[in-house]
Design a protein around this ligand. Structure first.
Ligand SMILES: [Zn+2]
Length: 244
């Protein structure tokens, strides 16, 4: 079965109102990322770390999936092509907006904001949009529970899964990249490396603007515009590729 891999980043959720985290005056500006998102010293900043993610969780509870999240949830059926298509969602986002739009089985490379993990026994549980009030692990009684977010200098186990998925793509498959600067995950190199053996059938990029860490040459089609405005064109490109 042909595959469609949708690889997304912050630009997917920006129009839902989550972009303010990196804007001047936004949450990121008030907190030092090297204190609230750093695996090496997070225990020293335990209270600050949880305060920061409590605020982010609260913000997430107030925003809604946008039209692109909702469009992605209609795939592959809305393409109305005869063949079955396996759609795989890989996101760098820690929000749950894809899930709330109706997408299931999202691979979250950098964790999930609504969840807490026990670093000792790896027990994970969902707290929704509530504040985390420090308590012991319900499974092993460990005292230092952590936001289920991949911090700087922390291992990201889902990266292996991502590389395996890309390694299996071929000429019948399509990759759609939405809203990523390429600074954290070098997505154009991942696509280009695959092209050295078997070229991926079709590759589409939708970003707000060109980014230094994204190689335009690896994409067959590029749309520089807010993602919700690119929906009709992306739909047409996907339909055209998978119908032929
Ligand atoms: Zn535990």
């Amino acid at each position: 079965m042909p595959k469609l891999v949708v690889f997304s980043g912050a630009g997917l959720s920006a129009e839902s109102g989550l972009e303010t985290f990196r804007d001047n005056g936004g949450l990121w500006a008030q907190y030092d990322p090297m204190k609230v998102c750093n695996y090496e010293n997070w225990l020293e900043n335990f209270a600050l770390v949880h305060r920061f993610y409590n605020l982010r969780r609260e913000e997430l509870g107030k925003v809604q999936p946008n039209a692109m999240h909702k469009f992605l949830a209609t795939l592959p059926h809305s393409l109305k092509v005869k063949q079955d298509i396996e759609v795989i969602h890989i996101t760098q986002n820690v929000d749950d907006l894809l899930e709330r739009a109706g997408v299931s089985n999202v691979i979250h490379l950098h964790g999930e904001l609504c969840k807490i993990i026990c670093p000792k026994c790896e027990h994970i549980f969902d707290i929704g949009y509530t504040h985390f009030e420090p308590h012991n692990c319900p499974n092993c009684d460990y005292t230092k529970l952590k936001p289920f977010i991949v911090f700087f200098y922390e291992r990201a186990p889902k990266y292996m899964m991502m590389h395996d998925i890309f390694a299996q793509l071929g000429s019948r498959d399509c990759v759609l990249v939405i809203g990523t600067s390429g600074n954290v995950v070098d997505i154009s190199s991942i696509i280009a490396l695959r092209g050295n053996s078997t070229k991926i059938g079709y590759t589409i990029l939708n970003n707000l603007q060109p980014c230094p860490s994204i190689a335009e040459s690896v994409f067959d089609k590029i749309f520089y515009k807010p993602t919700t405005q690119a929906i009709p064109e992306i739909q047409q490109e996907l339909r055209h590729f998978f119908a032929s």
